[in-house]
Design a protein around this ligand. Structure first.
Ligand SMILES: C[S@@+](CC[C@H](N)C(=O)[O-])C[C@H]1O[C@@H](n2cnc3c(N)ncnc32)[C@H](O)[C@@H]1O
Length: 285
């Protein structure tokens, strides 16, 4: 497992929410019956469900599928805090959080499951739609093909939000950007929990597989546009430098120069960044 922490996911949650394509979310919502039974794959603390539940409206039953047990445990507290901020009554019940929103009752159940090894509980569940956010780029080609075949066999609508597409544009540009980016992209294709990851190629691969299986596929951009003051920028400089160094130790000097310059710019609030993401909606034909 790759070690995504709840504090990293909390830092990216508002940036993710602002970047998402509202049109694809609405079309996904419109494809669902009422009440809707959904699974969010690689759910983390449940950020994707928190964006989609109000868009879908009506009664909903969510399975938040996550391999990391610490993140599964964090789902309850994070969902309760979110409901309170939104002014909805909510309670924890057994393995779930139940939120009483004006448009319906939303039940969020945690399912601790490693989707590389075991699909049993997911296959056994009655579901009307599948979604994920910031997951597909972590998956291998074979895993995506398996997912697509399962979606096709059950004719389930699928929304994959916020898959990185490999673009990172730092402003202002620096000499070492290209070398760091190339090493970082190599690192992104390592095994992150679902086999050798496709990284920036994942959306295209998923789109091809799903279209071949008869789905109507639409994609849209959902880039992060981080202003110089964004707290995320400094974390990304550190993360990119660390990943680049692991993938290209021979470029250690260039990476260290890049890291120092970028951290100084981030501290002075003069460093901006665009991170390319794509959304994919696949509706059964
Ligand atoms: C980048 S995070 C995104 C989390 C959440 N969807 C969000 O948008 O905040 C990717 C998530 O996928 C989970 N994950 C990775 N491999 C997994 C696997 N084999 N089975 C289930 N979850 C997995 C990670 O633990 C992590 O929580």
């Amino acid at each position: 497992m790759n070690g995504f922490t709840a504090d990293w996911l909390a830092l990216r949650e508002p940036v993710d929410a602002a970047a998402r394509d509202a049109g694809l979310a609405r079309r996904f919502a419109a494809s669902l019956p009422q009440p809707a039974r959904l699974a969010d794959l690689g759910a983390g603390t449940g950020a994707n469900a928190r964006v989609l539940a109000p868009v879908i409206g009506g009664d909903q039953h969510w399975l938040l599928v996550e391999a990391d047990e610490a993140l599964c445990r964090a789902q309850r507290e994070t969902l309760l805090a979110w409901a309170e901020r939104a002014g909805h009554a909510a309670r924890a019940a057994d393995d779930a959080v139940v939120v009483h929103a004006p448009t319906g009752t939303w039940r969020f159940a945690s399912l601790a499951l490693d989707l590389r090894l075991d699909w049993g509980p997911l296959v056994a569940a009655r579901l009307d739609g599948i979604t994920c956010s910031a997951l597909l780029d972590l998956a291998s080609a074979a895993w995506i093909e398996r997912l697509a075949a399962w979606l096709a066999a059950r004719r389930l609508p699928f929304l994959a939000a916020l898959t990185v597409d490999g673009r990172r544009v730092w402003m202002p540009p620096a000499l070492e950007d290209a070398a760091v980016a190339a090493a970082f992209r190599r690192h992104q294709t390592r095994d992150k929990g679902l086999g050798p990851a496709l990284g920036g190629e994942a959306t295209e691969h998923a789109a091809k597989c799903l279209a071949r299986l008869g789905f109507a596929v639409t994609t849209a951009a959902s880039d992060w546009r981080l202003a110089p003051v964004a707290a995320l920028v400094e974390r990304l400089v550190r993360g990119d430098a660390e990943a680049a160094l692991e993938a290209a130790p021979e470029a250690a000097d260039a990476i260290a120069r890049w890291r120092e310059r970028r951290l100084a710019e981030a501290a002075a609030a003069t460093l901006g960044l665009t991170v390319g993401h794509r959304e994919l909606l696949a509706l059964p034909g």
